[in-house]
Design a protein around this ligand. Structure first.
Ligand code: ZN
Ligand code: ZN
Length: 359
């Protein structure tokens, strides 16, 4: 038996309880978690904004050590450090055939599996495939990526969602070039990773926007050259920081209609807005036909940073080893499983960067 944070039903509080994990079957890997980041998507799954089969063990941003492998698993061995990938690609659907593995239609099929049971025998599903809010987990081999050398095991958890997403939003989706100006909306875990990534890309002006003034120090530490406290005047303020014309690129990490609209309004004529935040169906963004023509801007979605984790994690590792990307500074709190509900509250209140559950 191992301890885990279980979502018993949508909208119910998480329960910290003992779960029973089977030995890894063919094509599966058992991992002892070192750490798991608390992502906004975990909160969205617990309150029903996003849906997975329940009861489920949440947590999808994890790292740890392989303790056992099932038949046929050859790319990792017991003792290896690994990063968990919550969106494994099938390799055979239309998106995978196009190389757009982040859009794989089969990526979340594993969430319907039963991967563990509670002490009283209730079936448990692995949240977003990997069930990382637990001391140990059993996952499909495709959810396990070898940890590159020289990266601290616990902090590496962030590579599995926040950093891959923030980096990918800047590097893959917006394709920020050296000298461009960038505004990042929302300075949580993903936003801070996007700020660091804009700095890596050589952006000249990097504006961080957040509702909480206390995020300024964190944001500047991650590479922001300017900080704007979100208000009705945000778009004008951001344009003012670029001589009135607007930023080349806006990265929206909040998922709210008003923020998406503000991000778009803060870009220059021909600017690009990438939406990383996951909002609800009630968040309607409106544009008039004339302004779409006049401004010549683009607005695009971004899933998991439009990343191929197997290709991108070694690249991120090189940025970390060279000192360009810093994982530890994204973590503002190290907590136990029992601390996850309070971390959700902090997220709702707009406080802090990433909370990391140390297991
Ligand atoms: Zn996430
Ligand atoms: Zn696929």
């Amino acid at each position: 038996m191992v301890r885990a944070a279980v979502l018993p039903a949508v909208g119910a509080p998480l329960e910290i309880t003992e779960i029973d994990l089977p030995d890894p079957g063919p094509g599966q890997v058992r991992v002892r978690l070192a750490a798991a980041g608390v992502c906004h998507s975990d909160l969205s799954l617990s309150n029903g904004t996003l849906r997975v089969p329940v009861p489920a063990v949440l947590g999808h941003e994890g790292s740890g050590t392989v303790v056992a492998v099932g038949e046929g698993v050859t790319h990792v061995s017991p003792g290896d450090g690994v990063v968990l990938n919550w969106a494994p690609s099938c390799g055979s659907c239309h998106a995978c055939a196009l190389g757009e593995v982040w859009l794989c239609v089969n990526a979340l099929n594993g969430s319907a599996d039963v991967h563990a049971r509670t002490a009283d025998g209730t079936d448990l599903h692995p949240g977003l495939n990997v069930a990382a809010f637990a001391e140990e987990t059993v996952v499909q081999a495709s959810c396990v990526l070898p940890l590159p050398e020289g990266i601290p095991l616990a902090d590496a958890a962030l590579l599995g969602c926040a950093v891959l997403t923030g980096y990918g939003a800047v590097h893959h989706a917006a394709q920020v070039r050296a000298g461009e100006t960038v505004a990042v909306y929302g300075a949580g875990g993903v936003g801070l990773a996007a700020l660091q990534s804009a700095r890596i890309a050589g952006a000249s002006t990097i504006v961080a926007v957040d509702v909480s003034p206390e995020k300024e120090e964190l944001a500047r530490g991650a590479g922001a050259t300017d900080f704007v406290v979100a208000s009705e005047n945000t778009a004008r303020e951001v344009r003012g920081l670029t001589g009135g014309q607007g930023v080349d690129v806006a990265v929206e990490c909040v998922g709210r209609a008003t923020t998406i609209r503000t991000a778009w309004d803060s870009t220059r004529r021909g600017g690009r807005t990438t939406v990383v935040g996951i909002g609800g169906k009630d968040q309607q963004v409106t544009f008039n036909a004339l302004e779409i023509f006049h401004w010549g801007r683009t607005l695009s979605g971004c899933v998991y940073g439009n990343s191929n984790p197997a290709q991108d994690i070694p690249v991120l590792a090189e940025h970390i080893r060279a000192g360009r990307l810093d994982l530890a500074s994204l973590v503002t709190e190290r907590i136990a499983l029992e601390g996850i509900p309070a971390a959700f509250e902090n997220m709702l209140a707009g406080k802090g960067g990433r909370a990391l559950v140390v297991l």
